[in-house]
Design a binder for this molecule. Sequence first.
Ligand SMILES: Nc1ncnc2c1ncn2[C@@H]1O[C@H](COP(=O)(O)OP(=O)(O)O)[C@@H](O)[C@H]1O
Ligand SMILES: [Mg+2]
Length: 568
Amino acid sequence: MKRSKATDKTNHYLAMRRLILSAMIGLPLALLISVLSISYYFFTYSIESGTTSSMVRIVEDHRHMIDTFLQERKADLVFVLRSYTFKDLSDPQRLEHVFEHLQEKSNTFVDLGIFNEAGVHVAYHGPYRLEGKIYKDTKWFKEVMKSGYYTSDIFLGFRRVPHFIIAIAKEEQGRRWVIRATIDTYLFSNLVEGVRIGKTGEAYLLNAQGVFQTERRSGGHLLEKDPETLQFPARGGGIRTFVQKDARGEKYLYATTWLREKNWLLVVRQERSDAFKTLSTATYLVLLVSLLGGAAIISLAFFLTGRIVGRMKQADMEKRSLSEQLIRASRLAELGEMAGGFAHEINNPLQIIRSEQALIETILSDLKNAGELKESKDLAELEESMDQIRLQIDRCAKITQSILQFGRQSESSLEEIDLRAYIPQVTAMISKKASVHGIKLVYEISNDIPRVNGDPGQLQQVLINLLNNAMDAVLSRHGTEGGEITIGAFGRGAEKVVIWVKDNGIGISAENLKNIFRPFFTTKPVGKGTGLGLSVCYGIIENMGGTIEVESEKGVGTTFTITLPAEG
Ligand SMILES: Nc1ncnc2c1ncn2[C@@H]1O[C@H](COP(=O)(O)OP(=O)(O)O)[C@@H](O)[C@H]1O
Ligand SMILES: [Mg+2]
């Protein structure tokens, strides 16, 4: 029965602990996580949109630069066309002169050639031997004859080297002729590639079929097909950004747009992890903060829960102990009452017996005086018996009297107490116990102590408690040899009376000294100490308008000092 009660209690504490723990961990953790995830979400969003828009800006600028380059080269050729006639430029020396002039403006020109209406290469200045070759059936020639202007994709042509050309036709006296220049692919490639974003950023051009028009840094050669098929944006200047995996499975952030001058697609791309580097740092930071915060919350929760449940256990224990004390106290009170009633009941017959005995004694002495009873041995024995009976009756009367007195003690009564007589009287009660245990009781009571006003029963309780504690302390240090308790009293002026009890017992540690007046504080084994003695003393002395103080040194001894107001 007792055991199941105990496990009930343990379960109760466990449940309580679980409840407090889950509340203390759950709520702050949920808050922490939601705050972190919300801020992480917004942070991610702003980083992503920031990175994307800077990518868009780079693509725009780059497109503008490449378009401007192509426009300028075209304008160069238009300027030559306007300044010279077909005849002028058919002269190789003139052509060389013009070429050199062009080179001064931009060294990306590789060669320059003039074609007549029939597609015959009339004059050429450049590193190849192309004069006389007929271009009538080539795609570019047809195109330029038709629309007057043409920029090619990269191609190999007669010379078997990747290149691209710009060609412009002119109408002169009803005849068309064409000027064509080749652009240095590598210089042009450099121009396009010249974009630096992070570690992995790169730019390149694709034609409408997805064939490289410039080299790509991360792999991809001129005239090869781009292994990644990109979703091309709509023509008309829009910029498209997206994330896509490449052939190796690496995620890239792309921004693409069509050039204005030529149907080439400008692609700028950067590895996603590189582009969003701050994001991964932020991710680690968020993880770290969550871990640390979580750990802090959890350990704090465990710590606090431990304390709270511990306090609760202690409070419960004190409550239980208090109720046990109450039960014991009420049982004692009942016992006192019963004893009182009992003593009262015994007292009456005792009085009757006593008067009867007195009567017998009177009759006996009357008979003796009248000479009706002779002196004899039997008579002497009878008289002795009578004495014995009287003695025992007196003793019984005394006992019942004192029991009755004890019962009445609970009602406190104020009396003037003369300590000189009172103290030895009270301590006499324990002097027997002291001498049995070999403890020396010493009195140091000065002659002129003012009287104090108080309840003698209560003051007695105080002194008995102090003396009992002192005897316990002395016994645990010395056993039955060498213990000494001094009890003293003196007047301090006319206003104060000091009573002190000093022992040479085990003493009290500084730690315990703070607690000894607390109810239920005891260092004694269960059944021996209740921890109530000193708290009761404290209450009584306080009630009397006095103070109780203690001084102690561990292993040396203890002195309790009571100061009471003198009766004035
Ligand atoms: N004279 C003393 N010497 C040493 N320790 C003492 C003395 N008086 C009291 N104490 C300490 O104070 C505690 C509380 O005393 P008390 O309230 O009378 O309760 P109890 O005697 O039932 O333990 C004791 O357990 C003991 O540790
Ligand atoms: Mg005690």
